[in-house]
Write a protein that binds this ligand. Structure first.
Ligand SMILES: NC(=O)c1ccc[n+]([C@@H]2O[C@H](COP(=O)([O-])OP(=O)(O)OC[C@H]3O[C@@H](n4cnc5c(N)ncnc54)[C@H](OP(=O)(O)O)[C@@H]3O)[C@@H](O)[C@H]2O)c1
Length: 339
């Protein structure tokens, strides 16, 4: 198989294309022939964390759509030829390759109504947004319908699917944040009811626009910068969920008088710890596929950066590192002969 990996080089960001033996699937693994991948901030965060030369290049990338080529002896959810999409496991080799092994429990059937590139845009961010809304914030659409959520970082990869899920599936009133006209328009087009600017004082914007305090806050960017405002804004007995690590300490006591809660979402938890319920990622990806096929959700694909190559992966990392992406950036399959 072919792959593109990151090789530490103190002078430049250095990706290399190389060949290695195609692995055989065992147990519940699927061997997937990758057709398209999307690029996420985790890709450049893992790359930045590599500070010494490793034995072989590290294959990054954790968001893929492709076709099952062969299956392990215990796999039963998929068969060769099935189209699948998944975000993989950060403790294993990534998807910037022609082939990849992935545990079937965290793989979903690909939506039938969209192509590989549009499907590759979805899994990692959909798992994150779904788990944040329904597993961590425990939103129950039958009970919580019409409550209000503030989604900080609405136009990014995760925000683009979170707005849709919060609006169309959870039936919440959605206040999203964006700082530019283009990202603001994108949030509105996905279903946000109101958009405020995360670079301005959010508490003042809530007051100026007579917005009720949010019952839920989903923080998809700069938890450090937003923790104070979130503590002030959250409604009594509300819940805050963040997906972004902090570099400073924060005072949970600020939430105490309101009996408000704070919870983390990390979409690799289930695969990293092999939790007994990790099949929920298979189920939720299938639900997302159904919702895409019925037209209730739309893909968050914004731009295809061409085929997977050293140059295009570098270009995609540089785009993500600007912190101003809208929707998702996708790369199509490595140009590779049959294995
Ligand atoms: N825990 C998990 O499982 C998990 C999963 C996925 C992602 N993440 C993390 O979540 C973060 C977002 O991921 P993503 O894929 O959505 O990233 P992304 O697509 O790169 O996000 C870009 C968006 O961030 C917005 N933004 C920039 N600065 C902001 C700020 N200070 N406050 C609020 N929004 C701001 C921008 O909006 P404007 O251009 O309008 O300013 C832009 O649209 C990353 O740190 C990523 O590593 C965590």
């Amino acid at each position: 198989m072919k792959a593109i990996g990151y090789q530490y080089n103190k002078d430049a960001v250095s990706f290399v294309q190389f060949e290695q033996q195609t692995p055989e699937p065992k147990d519940h693994d699927l061997l997937v022939k990758i057709e398209a991948v999307s690029v996420n901030p985790v890709d450049y965060k893992v790359r930045q964390g590599i500070q010494v030369a490793e034995g072989s290049p590290r294959i990054l990338g954790w968001d893929a759509a492709g076709v099952v080529e062969s299956i392990g002896e215990k796999a039963s959810l998929f068969k060769p030829g099935d189209r699948v999409y998944y975000a993989g496991d950060i403790t294993r080799s990534g998807s910037n390759a022609s082939h990849q092994l992935v545990d079937e429990h965290i793989v979903g059937r690909m939506p039938r109504s969209i192509e590989f590139a549009a499907a590759a845009a979805l899994p990692l961010t959909s798992i994150t947004a779904w788990e944040a809304l329904f597993d961590r914030l425990k939103i129950d659409p039958t009970v919580d319908k019409d409550k209000q959520i503030l989604i900080i970082g609405g136009a990014g990869g995760v925000g683009s699917i979170a707005i849709q899920l919060a609006k169309r599936i959870a039936h919440l009133r959605v206040v999203a944040t964006a700082s530019r006209e283009e990202s603001r328009e994108w949030c509105l087009s996905l279903g946000a009811d109101t958009v405020i600017n995360h670079h301005g004082k959010m508490t003042e914007q809530f007051q100026e626009q007579n917005l009720a305090k949010p019952d839920y806050i989903l923080c998809l960017n700069s938890t450090d910068d937003h923790f104070k405002a979130m503590s002030e804004l959250i409604a009594p007995q509300g819940m805050v969920c963040s997906i972004v690590e902090t570099t400073q300490s924060h005072d949970l006591d600020e939430l105490k008088s309101k009996s408000a809660g704070f919870v983390w979402e990390f979409m690799f938890t289930r695969s990293m710890y092999k939790t007994a319920d990790r099949i929920k990622q298979h189920e939720l990806l299938n639900s997302i596929a159904d919702l895409i096929d019925s037209g209730e959700l739309k893909t968050t694909l914004k731009e295809v950066f061409g085929q997977m190559s050293v140059e295009n992966i570098l270009k995609a990392h540089q785009q993500l590192e600007t912190g101003s992406s809208i929707g998702k950036v996708v790369l199509t399959k490595l140009d590779t002969p049959e294995k």
